[in-house]
Design a binder for this molecule. Sequence first.
Ligand SMILES: [Zn+2]
Length: 432
Amino acid sequence: MSAYLIRDVSILGADATDLLLDGGVVAAIGAGLTAPDGSGDTVEIDGTGLVALPGLVDLHTHLREPGREDAETVESGTQAAALGGFTAVHAMANTEPVADTAGVVEQVWRLGREAGHCDVYPIGAVTVGLQGEQLAELGAMADSAARVRVFSDDGKCVSDAVLMRRALEYVKAFDGVIAQHAQEPRLTEGAQMNEGELSGRLGLTGWPAVAEEAIIARDCLLAAHVGSRLHVCHVSTAGSVEIVRDAKRKGWNVTAEACPHHLLLTDDLAETYDPIYKVNPPLRTAADGAALRAGLADGTIDIVATDHAPHPHEDKDCEWAAAAFGMLGLETALSIVQETMVDPGLLDWEGVADRMSYAPARIGRVADHGQPIEVGAPANVVLYDPAARRTVVPSESASLSHNTPYAGMELPGRVVATFLRGTATVLDGKLQ
Ligand SMILES: [Zn+2]
């Protein structure tokens, strides 16, 4: 295993220093470091102009395996993750078969270990088959080799209040969390895009903000009632931000995520009728986006999560109403956060480290990720060039699917290197 000596790098925006990764850990930090004794194969990297961040942690990734290996595999999805600066991803449970047993979550966990590009933490389904009728084997998944702590029916909402209450109560025993896809099903039957003047004009069935906000409000009350942990997936409306802010003010154990596409893109893109912009929850208004960015800046929204949702060509290249919901996110997340949060001065690099590494690791109860870059910490590190500019080319993605909404867009920043426990998974922007 090589050691890496990174010269003149800025750790989280601080003054440039040298950073030595050796033996799987951050071995030394300081000016004028020398290569470790007896190590003939120390690789020196010029870190001038680069920012070192802790390895990113995604709490919301769809890897599609098992079952939809035409869209993504654990191998391809974790390659995309490494290229995006991630050292850990949480894999959503809506696979085929659904990850609702110890057997399936262990399979996904093992595939992640074999791929080796980043650590994969399977998320367990809350209900059997995502059917919303009976609780899945939450305890068995928690006790399995995958040690599941995050449970979600994502893609579907646990809309039955009694089941949601039971799930929240059940996971307390092992400090788990329920990650809710907040979508009141009756209010969103046939929904295609954000409900508003535009959905009426385009003739597309609206997905109203209240369908998200009503579930979040209910779940916050339930979590407080049973004293459990709730995590709200992909918050997309200004009203949802207010509800989460209020819950936190009351001291309730509620965390929330925002997705890069909701930070940057708005519902008027539906005017193109291009289903590349079709996502669930839908792109919202500019005012909603501003509220999300403000909430992420002040900590109401705890984390950025990608909701990376690969779909093959045939599921996206069709008319809007028939197309699948979802878009890629892993390889562009950090650039979108720079564009929407760092460059406008809403977050500094310490804030980015918190929202994209420390906090998601804490919510997912992942011990070996999300730690500050300090001597002795696991060497999970990203080197990022914020001054670079790049144009997004879908065919260059490591993902098996190419449904990125940023095609042709020029974005700031470039991941130069990603280290997982001191091993380079990406060097010079390329997979190792
Ligand atoms: Zn979802």
